[in-house]
Design a protein around this ligand. Structure first.
Ligand SMILES: [Zn+2]
Length: 411
């Protein structure tokens, strides 16, 4: 898959050599490569050359190489972004929340409005000093980035809590580039119920107003971390399709973080897209290790349930030891209520451990498992584009309309 341009920049290198250099995780690590025959490889190259490869959720974030340094590193805003790793990833478009759920710089647990803007501004500052990644404001930017051999990043938020009930701050966040947002992050807030709550109260009155405002702004609503009732009510309330950017099927692995058949179907019936995730301890299958095979079992289950045209990939990986990060922050965020993290004995999801390999391997897996070119092009990106054209209110003809339809035999 195409290698993007990369000029050797490292995050915050503009500060000069005096800046302390922490030893970081390897951006080029590959845990396993899905093998294809030369003919299958050519087929995959043909598909991704014509269309877009969109990860509905991954993180350009790079962890320190040593576990003992993770907490201090995450509690300050200058975290590294994997420009080199992303240049090698084959990903054209990356939906990234810039680890906003961990950006509690000024307090121990809560992400404040100030923290959120600090996190966003610091990341944008770093991005402005390099040439591999560009921030996407709309669909045109996806194609422009692809033509320029760059990665387009779509800024996302896991949850709106930092707006503190002030809906006008959603407009502000749109102004600051946010194009996709969760309503709740695991726990209930002023907008609705989270997946970790024993009882989901459903979408609140403020939550309904937020849905309406997000619709009007053209910010995608992401129900990945919402509870069952809140998810169903938000799908019903939204005038536009919604996303579930990084989820799996609860029918295969019964943890609250994954989605019921009812929610998956409702999302698809409303024109939405379900991104299948690969974060450790999420998309598992009983009796199997958590590897790319288990992740793709969730993919196949959801595709059979709702139609493959409503399925995409949102691996939710990062660069470095994801399991170590989860252990460090589980106590802070109460994530252990949504999935099970054993104390030891697990190192990663073989084949889908980081953004360097996740999308390439998943698409290669589809090629080697009998999916058609059209189906693979859809899962790689076209399914997301179809939904975003409605969600982002980009229904007017564009200079790329021809590329997205008639000129592209796969779409
Ligand atoms: Zn998430």
């Amino acid at each position: 898959m195409a290698v993007k341009r990369y000029d050797g920049y490292r995050s915050f290198a503009y500060l000069g050599e005096a800046e302390r250099r922490l030893e970081l995780a390897d951006e080029e690590a590959i845990s396993q490569r899905v093998t294809l025959t030369p003919e299958q490889r050519r087929r995959l190259e043909g598909i991704v050359d014509l269309g877009l490869v969109i990860s509905l959720r991954d993180h350009g974030f790079v962890l320190p190489a040593h576990q003992g340094e993770i907490l201090d590193y995450c509690r300050q805003p200058r975290t590294a972004y994997a420009y080199r790793g992303l240049a090698l990833s084959g990903v054209d478009v990356l939906f990234d929340s810039f680890m906003d759920s961990l950006a509690f710089f000024s307090s121990g647990r809560q992400v404040t409005w100030h923290d959120l803007l600090t996190n966003l501004g610091m990341r944008y500052c770093d991005l402005a000093h390099q040439d591999t990644v560009v921030v996407a404001r709309g669909l045109e930017d996806f194609w422009r980035a692809k033509r320029s051999r760059q990665v387009a990043v779509v800024p996302c938020l896991e949850m709106p809590d930092p707006i503190e009930g002030d809906l006008d701050r959603l407009d502000v966040l749109y102004g600051f580039g946010i194009r996709c947002m969760g309503l709740t992050y695991n726990h209930a807030n002023a907008f609705g119920g989270g997946c970790a709550d024993p009882v989901d109260q459903g979408l609140t009155a403020l939550g309904r107003q937020a849905v309406r405002r997000l619709n009007r702004l053209g910010i995608a609503i992401d129900l990945a971390h919402c509870g069952e009732k809140t998810s169903l009510q938000a799908i019903e309330a939204s005038e536009q399709p919604v996303l579930m950017s990084h989820v799996g099927a609860r029918r295969l692995w019964d943890v609250p973080r994954l989605k019921s058949d009812a929610v998956l179907k409702a999302c698809a019936e409303a024109g939405g897209v379900v991104g299948i995730m690969a974060a450790p301890f999420t998309t598992q299958v009983t009796g199997q290790p958590h590897t790319i095979e288990a992740v793709m079992a969730h993919f196949e289950y959801v595709a059979n349930l709702v139609g493959i045209e409503h399925v995409a990939l949102g691996p939710d990986t990062l660069f470095g030891d994801h399991v170590a990060l989860q252990r460090v922050f589980d106590a802070h965020l109460g994530l252990s209520a949504t999935h099970e993290v054993p104390k030891s004995g697990f190192s990663g999801v073989l084949g889908m451990e980081n953004p360097r390999e996740a999308m390439q391997n998943a698409l290669a897996w589809l090629v080697s498992h009998g999916y058609s070119d059209q189906e693979i092009a859809g899962v790689a990106g076209a399914n997301v584009i179809r939904a975003l054209r409605r969600i982002w209110l980009e229904i007017q003809p564009s200079e790329n309309r021809a590329i997205e339809s008639s000129e592209n035999p796969l779409l």
